[in-house]
Design a protein around this ligand. Sequence first.
Ligand code: PLP
Length: 438
Amino acid sequence: SSATASRNELAYDLDRAHVFHSWSAQGSLKPLVIAGGQGSRVWDYDGRSYLDFSSQLVNVNIGHQHPAVTAAIIEQAGLLATVAPSTATLSRGEAARRIVERAPEGFNKVFFTNGGADAIENAIRMARLHTGRDKVLSTYRSYHGNTGAAIVATGDWRRIPNEFARGHVHFFGPWLYRSEFWATSPEQESERALRHLERVIQSEGPAGIAAVLLESIPGTAGVLVPPPGYLEGVRALCDRYDIMLILDEVMAGFGRTGTWFAFDGFDVVPDLITFAKGVNSGYVPTGGVIISDSIAHDFDTTVYPGGLTYSGHPLAMASIVAALDAMETEGIVENAARIGRDVLAPGLAELQAKHKVIGEVRGLGVFWALELVADRETRQPLSGAVMGRIKSELLARNLLPFLAENRIHVVPPCVVTDAEVAEALAIYDEVLSLDLLD
Ligand code: PLP
């Protein structure tokens, strides 16, 4: 009807008039209008629906509008909509318990934040206070959030205009396809990346280094699954030089890789774990730091110099409890693992066999990237203009994609079905079959 059609226009016009968007020149934006969602689909006010293979910002792990999670938020709103972080309230304790139960042994405390970036801020602060050291080493291929230290710890282009925090040093992590180390095998890439990191540690002065901060699997940078031995080797280097290891699980954690934490797939235990996104699928903004006992004990008698008005906000906490319980009882993490292994892995390999534009396919669970190249030999990344065209062709076929640089990230909710994956694969196939390079 014209009434519903006008709500689409109203949403769009209000946005363009008054909403200032992230990471964008404001003038040329054409935001997609979204009114509702369910599971792996979202739709606008006209009822046009999209298959959400972005999970928004790779955070809606449990899918849109999970009824147990929305009901828990409504119930908590009726009981106690907000309360100071200094109080004890059941939803917060229950959420923290459920989180530490999924962490390795020796992690018993959670500091809640408003999202991922401030989780990183606090993890860095804890590592600095624990070690009495200053420097934080992180990789060029990383994203850690848009606040003081987190954006400077970030490796990608977004760091450059924001370098106002001090003590940050960057190094290259492993990625065989575009090796910085002239490596020709995963083992060689792993070994050489570790040697490079050790040289950076030695050159920066180990006695001044508080932490190595790594995404367990770098996400926004391209779903760069570390080669065998790498994370284990980083742990060994941290042990050798008394450096804290912070694993950033904000994007990779809580089911995305088919395990509760992405590092569960490796033989590594960090000192601090940051999380956000998937812990409650973003139904209410939240995040936090899971703190190992030895760091937590520092603050048994010493004041922790940090806090937030909304640390452990009851609506967020109730949504965490409901989301984790539903993920457990409905086997949602297992579904992500199965979809990755049995449906996405073979399906994406088939796409790669068919389309020369796909230089590399990598990932696991519901966390994949297609590396698009103009030429398979030179591995030259596909241009921004062509990527823009791919994005509009996917949207035109009602698939909401996640694109980053020359990559399509295939990142549906963990609840995605075989049929929905088949539908998406057919759309990727059709779009990659177009004459894209003209
Ligand atoms: N860390 C990682 C690995 C992320 O992917 C992100 C967001 O994409 C962040 C931190 C920042 O989280 P937030 O946007 O909730 O502040």
